[in-house]
Ligand binder design. Sequence first.
Ligand SMILES: *Cc1c(COP(=O)(O)O)cnc(C)c1O
Length: 492
Amino acid sequence: MNSNFESTRGKKIQCSASQAVIKGIANDGGLFVRRDMDILKINISDLKNKKYTEIAEIIISKILDDYPKESIKYCVENAYDKKFSSDDITPLVKVGNDYVLELFHGPTSAFKDMALSILPYLSTEALKLNEIKEKILILTATSGDTGKAALEGFKNIDGIKILVFFPNDGVSKVQKKQMVSQEGNNTYVYAINGNFDDAQSEVKKIFTNEEIREKLKEKNYSLSSANSINIGRLVPQIVYYFYSYMKLAEMNEITLGEKVNFTVPTGNFGDILAGYYAELMGLPVNKLICASNENNVLYDFIKTGTYDRNRPFHKTLSPSMDILISSNLERLIYHLSGSNNEYIKSLMDKLKSEGKYSVSDEIKNSIDNLFYAGYTKGLQTSETIKKVYGEYNYLLDTHTAVAYSVMEEFKQKDPHHKNIVLATASPYKFSKAVYESLFGENNADEFKIMELLNEKTRVPIPENLKTLKDKKDIHTSVINKEDMKNCFEVIL
Ligand SMILES: *Cc1c(COP(=O)(O)O)cnc(C)c1O
């Protein structure tokens, strides 16, 4: 067996790709990383004229290297099919002189579908590959979009149960309705009193709790994660960076090899980390631009080299980015430190005890070379939605608007490179905020506003959202975060 993956926090924990996908997070609390990411080069001219699924096969099998190639092909073809409302899977749309990469054409209208439509296949293939007879309990904290996408991806899959926790007051009405109305014989959803960070921290604690692991084992279950702490979530996200780049080249907007900028609306640092991985694998990237909302902990980190979560938590128009502990940053620093696990462990211990840490000057310099950061406040987000709609007749969701605004700011500094903005949600997932940005306050219920937005803009409502309001609420429990660990009793 090859063991190309290890925990960011210690070399003692090593495993294969498929084992990392099953485990989700390492027992020492670290995240699984592929040690030699920087030598896995893709020759972009090999990707010319390839379909999304073909590029996906090439990239995913390169990294998840203990899966047989046919197995990855099977996973990819089942994941990226008619569930997506566009044949391109991720259409690249020209808006003014820039490009918007639409990642929201999957079954739940958010970019989380990009990874969560394939993760269930990668997980079941991994169980077969390792001849594991245990069942899997997927444990997931969500800021709104992961939960629904994971539930949809894993519903009714034999041998797997999925449990989702979301912050009761931290998600949009549409997001909440999507989750509480979830069907499937293996799905469990709880609202918690607390924010996303509370949910995520508690989930991480459960993962490292020996007693719970033993209890689960007695019932023949082991835990896994559908959050972007799972490497199986990140790898499929690398694909659309390559795909959109190849599209730009195909459209003769760039010559092959020319560098471009990607602006990414960021929360847990998963999406943008996939961009970093793409760059490591040889994608010509000028800057990865990290866009935050008022919870601008990453902006401060990229500017100063100090990560400090000791600050007020803001509820914003872009709730899926309302995060103060961006888990995947740990992976970036691991790679930039030259796989120095001890160092990562010391930083993460500091984060836990003091809520902050600073990286070395050397790491800070490497970050400066590739990353730029900006953030956008609520009013600016609304103004961006209004401006882009007015000028280009293009409807942005609130998360994408944050990124678009930061992209525009960066263009002042760098007018030369082509820009791709990652669009992470359908505007209809955040209808109220989008509608009010364009047409002023409206107190109708969110589903009514969805219809109004459609009447005024004529942008089609995605099918899954159109039928949502008539769905029955199935999962209605609200619990305290201390009780999250007791949910297993009910489920197993
Ligand atoms: C999850 C999410 C993000 C943030 O992505 P990360 O990988 O957590 O950085 C941005 N926008 C939307 C709509 C999301 O659902």
